[in-house]
Design a protein around this ligand. Structure first.
Ligand SMILES: [Zn+2]
Length: 863
C-alpha cells in the first residue's frame, strides 16, 4: 500500500501560500491513507521521530515505501539501508551518494553528501574553500559566508543499531522537509552522512534481533532476543572494535572514513552509540579531567556550547540524559576524539540500548523506536548547533591551524627519522598509516647512522615536524608517562614507533630528506643470484613467515639457523631460513622463480649461495633445524575474548595468508585434534570457559607432540591443569584512607587499561628470532604477573627493572611488573605448552610483536 507520513494538526494550520497545490493533494492523500491504513499504526509511525510543525515533500519516498517496514518496526538490515539511501538519493536533488569501498564481507561503505541543490553545483569549490581554513588565515568576512561541514556517523558498533535506524529517518527529514528553516540549514551546511560505520556488524545484529522477534513484543530481560550469540554484532568481520581504529586505520571501514575526514576537514563529527539498557542518554562533554592534553581547551568549550542544543532538544521530548561522567576524550583512536586533534569537534552520543525491540529497564519499558527518536533528535540538534555556532566553529578551525603553523615552525628538532634496517615491510606499513592521516613523509636521501641506530634508504622514513598535522604527529609519536587522572576509558598509550618496534631518532635538519613518499615508492624485495646449491633469507622481515609458509605449502624443505653465521662476507642472524636446492620436489629453475616471487611479494632480500662452507655454522650443520608445515587451530566461542581471537584470525588470514581453523569450544571435545601442530587459546573475558574434559583432551594432544599456545588468563588455566608450572605474583593491596565514595576511582586506578613496557630479550632463544635489538617494547592490558623461572635461560623475554615506556600504570602494579616475565614455555611429553601473559597482536597495529606468535608456531620444536 502507498503510505505517507501522517502530519500533525500544525501542518494544516500553517499553510504557506506557495505550497497550496502540494498541500491540497497531500490532504486528499492523507484522508485516503487514514481510511485504509489503521492497522499500520501499531508501533510508531514516522511522525514519532520527525518535527511536526513543518511539511514534507510527498515526492520523497519514506523508508517504509522502499524497504517495506516502518523505522523501528524491525531492525534495518544493511542491504535495506543501502536500498533506501539509494532511493532517496535518486529522488532528491539535495543528496549525492557515493560508494567509497567495501567491508570485508563486500558491503558498500556509503556516504551521502547532503546540502542545498545550489551548493551541490559548486561542491568542489566549496570543499576547496573550506580546506583553506586549515591552510591560511581567512578574513572574518569570508569565514562568515562559508558553510559549516558536519560529519554524522552511526552505529560503529553494529549491535548499537538505533543510530543507523535513526539515520534513515534523519536522511528522510533532510531530503523531504520543507520551509525556510531547513532551506537555511542546507544553504549553510554540508552534511556528510555516513549511515552505517560498521555494515557487517549492523547486518549481523539485525539478523539476531529480527529472527528472535515475537509478534507479542516481549520485554522480559530473559528473552533470547536480548542475549545475542557470541561474538555479537558490535565488531566488524574479524571481530575488531572499529571505534578504536581511527588512529591505527588498519581496517577498510576506518580507511574510507579517514579519507572522507581529510577530504572535507569537518567542523563537527558525531558518533552515535548505545550503552547499557538501564542508562538514559549521554552526550559530550565527558569527564573534564580526562581530556587529552594535546586537545585545546577551546575544543571543550565548543563541545559545551554544542551540548546546550542537545539538552534543549531532549528536554523538549522529555528524555533524561547526562554529561561529564563516565566517558572521556583521551584516546585519539576513537571517533569522538580523533576529530579533536584535527581542529574539529568530536561528539559522542550514547543511548540506552533496547538491544532488541522492547525491554524492561529501571526507567520503565524501553522501546527500539524510543532509542531511535533520541538519536534522531540529537542528529537534528547537531545540525541546529552547527548552524547557530557556524561562524565560531569555522573560526576555531582557522585559528587551530594558525596556532599549529606557529607551533610547527619552532623547536630544535626539525624531523623524526624512523625505520628498521632489517625490515622494509614494517617500516613501510607505519609510513602508510602516517600517509592515511595526510602526514607528509620523505624517503632518506642516503643511509644514515645515529647513535648506533642504522637507517637504510627504503626501510626508513623522515617525518618533517613543520607541517600541517604537526600535533597529530606528536599524538602518534610521543611517549607520555605522567597523567592528571588515573582512569582511562580505553588505552593510555599508542606510541606508534614502539608498537612497530622501529628505531627512531630526532633530526636537527632535513638535509637527508629525499623524495616525498607516494604509493610509487613502495619498497620491493629481490633475489640476488641464482644457485644450484642453496638460498638464504633472514627472519627479520615482517613477511618472512608468509614466505616460509608458502615454501612449506609447496612441499619444499627449509631449515632454520639456530645461530648466526657469515656467508659470502654477509652476516646472517638467528633464525635465517635455508632453502637447499638439491633433493627437492621442484626443479632448480622453479625454485628460483618461486623465491623471486616470494622476495618481491614479501619485501625480502633472498641471497643465493654456492657453497656450504661458512664462518660459523656450515649449511649442513645440525644447528640448522628442519621446519615442518604447520596446521594451526584457534579455540573460539562463548567466553573467549572475541577481540583477541579476531586479531589472531585477521593476522593469519590477511597478513600471513595462512589457514587457521576456528574451533568452537561447544564442539571442541568431539574434534580429532591429531592433525593440528598448534592450537591457540586466546584469553577469556571472565571465568575461563574450557571444561576439565577439554583440559584432559588438550593435555593428551600436547603429550603426543602438539604445541598449545595460551594467552593472558589462559596461563592461569594451564597452570591449574598442571600443563605448565607458573608462579604468579599477587598484589596485597589494602585500601587505606579511601572513602566509600572514592572506591570506584581507587579500584579503577589499579586497572592497566593498556600501556607500553620495555622488555629485555635473549636473541638466541627461538621465540626472539628475527629481532635485531636487545630490547622489545610490548603492549600490556592485563594484571597477570609471572615470576621469572629460576634458570635464566628460560626467561627469554623479561620486563626491565624500569619498564614503563608510555602510558599509565599504578605504582602498586609497577612493583609487580618489574623484572617479571610475559612469556614461558614448557616441554610436556613430546609437545610444548607456551604462554604469553600479554596480547602480542593488539588491534592489528602491534606489528612489532606479531613475530612472537609466528616464532611460537614455526620454531616451537626448538624450544
Ligand atoms: Zn558503542
Amino acid at each position: 500500500m502507498h503510505k505517507r507520513p501522517l502530519n500533525s494538526k500544525a501542518f494544516f494550520i500553517f499553510i504557506p501560500p506557495t505550497f497550496n497545490t502540494i498541500v491540497i493533494m497531500k490532504y486528499i492523500q492523507l484522508l485516503f491513507v487514514l481510511c485504509f491504513s489503521l492497522s499500520w499504526v501499531v508501533g510508531q509511525d514516522l511522525n514519532y521521530y520527525l518535527p511536526q510543525d513543518i511539511s514534507y515533500d510527498p515526492n520523497v519516498p519514506t523508508p517504509e515505501e522502499v524497504i517495506g517496514h516502518e523505522v523501528g518496526e524491525w531492525h534495518v538490515t544493511h542491504d535495506k539501508l543501502v536500498e533506501y539511501m539509494k532511493a532517496l538519493a535518486a529522488q532528491s536533488d539535495r543528496i549525492a551518494i557515493e560508494n567509497r569501498g567495501s567491508t570485508f564481507e563486500g558491503r558498500p561503505l556509503l556516504l551521502l553528501t547532503i546540502t542545498s541543490p545550489t551548493n551541490h553545483q559548486d561542491l568542489e569549490d566549496i570543499r576547496q574553500n573550506h580546506l583553506k581554513l586549515t591552510e591560511e588565515e581567512i578574513s572574518r568576512n569570508e569565514i562568515n559566508s562559508m558553510p559549516v561541514v558536519i560529519y554524522q556517523g552511526f552505529s560503529i558498533h553494529g549491535n548499537e543499531p538505533s543510530g543507523s535506524n535513526a539515520g534513515m529517518a534523519y536522511a528522510y527529514y533532510l531530503a523531504a522537509a520543507q520551509g525556510t528553516e531547513i532551506e537555511t540549514y542546507l544553504d549553510n551546511t554540508i552534511i556528510l552522512l555516513d549511515p552505517s560505520f560498521n555494515p557487517d556488524g549492523l547486518q549481523r545484529f539485525a539478523y539476531w534481533a529480527n529472527t528472535n522477534k515475537s509478534i507479542q513484543l516481549n520485554p522480559d530481560n530473559n528473552e533470547r532476543e536480548y542475549h545475542e550469540v557470541w561474538p555479537g554484532g558490535r565488531t566488524n568481520h574479524y571481530w575488531f572494535d572499529l571505534n578504536r581504529d581511527w588512529l591505527p586505520a588498519q581496517l577498510p571501514e576506518s580507511r574510507v572514513r579517514i579519507k572522507t575526514f581529510h577530504a572535507w576537514m569537518p567542523n563537527i563529527l558525531t558518533d552515535h552509540h548505545e550503552m547499557g539498557t538501564n542508562s538514559t542518554f549521554f552526550f559530550q562533554p565527558g569527564v573534564p579531567s580526562r581530556v587529552h592534553p594535546l586537545t585545546p581547551k577551546e575544543n571543550q568549550e565548543l563541545t559545551r556550547d554544542i551540548s546546550e542544543f542537545h539538552a534543549q532538544a531532549l528536554d523538549r521530548i522529555g528524555s533524561l540524559y547526562f554529561t561529564e561522567e563516565r566517558y572521556d576524550d583521551y584516546y585519539y583512536g576513537k571517533g569522538s576524539t580523533y576529530p579533536d586533534i584535527n581542529g574539529c569537534i568530536g561528539i559522542l552520543f550514547e543511548q540506552a540500548s533496547s538491544r532488541g525491540h522492547l525491554q524492561e529497564t529501571e526507567n520503565g519499558l524501553l522501546s527500539f523506536p524510543f532509542a531511535i527518536r533520541n538519536q534522531f533528535t540529537t542528529a537534528l540538534s547537531t545540525l541546529t548547533a552547527a548552524n547557530s555556532l557556524r561562524e565560531k566553529l569555522l573560526q576555531y578551525q582557522n585559528q587551530f591551524y594558525k596556532n599549529m603553523r606557529i607551533e610547527a615552525s619552532i623547536g630544535r628538532n626539525r624531523a623524526i627519522v624512523f625505520g628498521d634496517a632489517k625490515d622494509a615491510a614494517k617500516s613501510w606499513h607505519l609510513a602508510e598509516i602516517l600517509r592515511r592521516h595526510q602526514i607528509k613523509i620523505h624517503e632518506l636521501a642516503n643511509d644514515m647512522t645515529i647513535a648506533n641506530k642504522q637507517y637504510k634508504k627504503g626501510a626508513a622514513y623522515i617525518v618533517p615536524m613543520n607541517q600541517k598535522h604537526h600535533r597529530l604527529i606528536k599524538a602518534m609519536f610521543e611517549r607520555r608517562t605522567s597523567f592528571t587522572d588515573s582512569l582511562f576509558y580505553d588505552i593510555s598509550a599508542w606510541t606508534f614507533p614502539l608498537s612497530f618496534n622501529v628505531d627512531q631518532s630526532d633530526l636537527r635538519s632535513l638535509s637527508n630528506a629525499g623524495a616525498e613518499v607516494t604509493e610509487q615508492l613502495r619498497p620491493t624485495g629481490s633475489i640476488e643470484g641464482s644457485s644450484d646449491y642453496a638460498y638464504l633469507f633472514e627472519w627479520g622481515g615482517y613477511y618472512a613467515p608468509r614466505a616460509l609458509n608458502t615454501l612449506l605449502d609447496k612441499g619444499l624443505r627449509a631449515k632454520i639457523a639456530k645461530y648466526p653465521f657469515t656467508a659470502n662476507g654477509r652476516r646472517f642472524d638467528y633464525g635465517t631460513v635455508l632453502v637447499p636446492v638439491q633433493n627437492q620436489e621442484m626443479e632448480p629453475e622453479a625454485i628460483y622463480n618461486l623465491l623471486k616471487e616470494l622476495a618481491e611479494e614479501n619485501l625480502l632480500q633472498i641471497r643465493s649461495v654456492s657453497t656450504g662452507l661458512t664462518e660459523g655454522i656450515d649449511l649442513g650443520s645440525n644447528e640448522f633445524d628442519p621446519v615442518k608445515k604447520q596446521k594451526v587451530a584457534i579455540i573460539v566461542g562463548k567466553g573467549i575474548r572475541s577481540y583477541d581471537a579476531g586479531e589472531i584470525w585477521h593476522l593469519f588470514d590477511t597478513r600471513y595468508h595462512m589457514k587457521i581453523t576456528k574451533i568452537d569450544l561447544s564442539y571442541l571435545d568431539e574434534v580429532d585434534l591429531s592433525e593440528y601442530t598448534d592450537i591457540i587459546i586466546p584469553g577469556s573475558r571472565n571465568k575461563f570457559p574450557l571444561s576439565d574434559k577439554s583440559a584432559e583432551k588438550l593435555q593428551n594432544w600436547v603429550k603426543a607432540g602438539g604445541s598449545l599456545i595460551g594467552y593472558r588468563n589462559a596461563a592461569k588455566w594451564l597452570d591449574k591443569h598442571k600443563m605448565i608450572d607458573l608462579s604468579f605474583k599477587k598484589d596485597t593491596l589494602v585500601a587505606k584512607n579511601i572513602s566509600f565514595g572514592d572506591k570506584e576511582k581507587y579500584k579503577g586506578a589499579q586497572e592497566t587499561g593498556g600501556a607500553i613496557f620495555n622488555t629485555r630479550i635473549d636473541r638466541s632463544h627461538p621465540i626472539n628470532f628475527g629481532y635485531k635489538n636487545n630490547n622489545l617494547p610490548v603492549f600490556r592490558n592485563s594484571n597477570i604477573y609471572l615470576e621469572p623461572h629460576q634458570d635464566s635461560y628460560n626467561n627469554p623475554i623479561q620486563y626491565t627493572s624500569s619498564p614503563l615506556l608510555s602510558g599509565y600504570i599504578s605504582e602498586e602494579n609497577m612493583k609487580l611488573l618489574k623484572n617479571s616475565v610475559p612469556f614461558q614455555v614448557k616441554k610436556l611429553g613430546k609437545g610444548r605448552v607456551i604462554v604469553f601473559t600479554d596480547n602480542t597482536n593488539f588491534r592489528a597495529f602491534w606489528y612489532g610483536t606479531n613475530k612472537l606468535l609466528m616464532n611460537a608456531i614455526f620454531f616451537d620444536q626448538m624450544m
